[in-house]
Design a protein around this ligand. Structure first.
Ligand code: ADP
Ligand code: MG
Length: 332
């Protein structure tokens, strides 16, 4: 029984792109010793089509060929996990970058604010496990996670934005030391077990920088996320940004466009644009990835908050434009 379970757990649900273990897809497993009959209830992301056939075939192979049982009674059902994130009709937008420090988290937060000001209901997931900074950017104090009666995490609220961060699960000021399996179940928890408001329109995900394991895991969990790539104008940043963008494309994500952050500084004396961090990186990345350059944000300290721009500031005009683009994408 244990061996059978272990072998079934590594099978991949092709509609979720994750193992039955991670998707908690084995709902029932029993073996009738008398006639050597295995009874299984398996939940998968979506039923029907070639993908269900493939998974059924794999399960039969494991039960009969690998483990040598005589009979199999298999019932397939639709996974509630999947339904909980896809049936709500949420548009998932991932903010990615080649390296840290380019302003990915600031961009994620400012996009969330811009969408909220346009009347959209927004969730923000701080998935940059090792470089979590969204609570600081939103100026939200540390607090413990709160669960509802269905054991789902209730997001924090700040200025109407629903916020979920790894920081909820750590002690203040302590580094995150999760590894492997724990990290993976943490991510699952993050994405599936959140009580988003029913009429949530967008969930913005602040990804970890680069193309590492966490990025791949999130791909498995939110395969439908569309990406915005953040870079600075400098060739060293744009070079790794192309890599991250190519990785996202290879994984099957649509790239909405590129944001060049810290593009230039407006000299307050003569109002000239000074290209402190180089020039042209955003355009080059957009061309290489065959996507659009959505905005060139100036270097500027927001007037009213630590990191969030408001209506009277130039960068905010650009964030409003980006928000309109995202709303159009959602409506089409
Ligand atoms: N356009 C900008 N002008 C000035 N400072 C910025 C700008 N964008 C980001 N920053 C600052 O740069 C630092 C890194 O930004 P952050 O969003 O944390 O980057 P990342 O998430 O990519 O590591 C932060 O201190 C942030 O306030
Ligand atoms: Mg960050």
């Amino acid at each position: 029984m244990d061996e059978l379970k272990t072998r079934l757990e590594v099978l991949i649900d092709p509609t979720l792109g994750m193992s039955l273990k991670d998707s908690q897809g084995i709902k029932h497993l029993a073996i009738d010793e008398n006639d050597d009959l295995v009874t299984l209830i398996i939940a998968m992301g979506q039923l029907g089509g070639d993908k269900e056939k493939t998974l059924r075939r794999e399960i039969a192979r494991v039960v009969k060929l690998d483990c040598g049982h005589k009979g199999l009674r298999l019932q397939m059902e639709e996974s509630k996990i999947y339904a909980s994130i896809t049936k709500k009709d949420i548009t998932f937008i991932g903010i990615i970058s080649g390296k840290g420090g380019v302003g990915k988290s600031s961009v994620a937060a400012n996009i969330a604010y811009a969408l909220t000001r346009k009347g959209k209901k927004v969730g923000l997931i701080d998935a940059d496990i090792y470089g979590s900074s969204i609570p600081t950017i939103l100026e939200v104090p540390h607090s413990k996670p709160v669960y509802n009666e269905n054991k789902k995490i209730i997001p924090l609220f700040k200025d109407k934005i629903q916020l979920i961060s790894t920081e909820l699960f750590t002690e203040p000021g302590q580094p995150v030391l999760w590894r492997g399996g724990l990290l993976n179940s943490m991510l699952n928890h993050f994405f599936y077990d959140i009580a988003w408001d029913d009429d949530t329109d967008f969930v913005i995900i602040d990804y970890p920088p680069g193309t590492g394991d966490i990025t791949l895991d999130i791909k498995n969990i939110v395969p439908q996320a569309k990406m915005i790539l953040v870079t600075t104008p400098h060739p060293s940043a744009s070079h790794v940004a192309v890599k991250a963008g190519t990785a996202a494309k290879t994984l099957g994500h649509e790239i909405i466009g590129v944001i060049e952050n810290m593009s230039y500084y407006v000299n307050p004396v003569n109002f000239e644009h000074e290209n402190i961090f180089g020039y042209g990186g955003g355009k080059q990345v957009a061309e290489e990835l065959e996507t659009e350059l959505l905005a060139k944000l100036e270097i500027s300290q927001p007037k009213h908050h630590n990191d969030i721009f408001e209506d009277d500031e130039y960068n905010d005009k650009l964030y409003n434009k980006i928000a309109e683009t995202l709303i159009n994408i959602r409506n089409n």
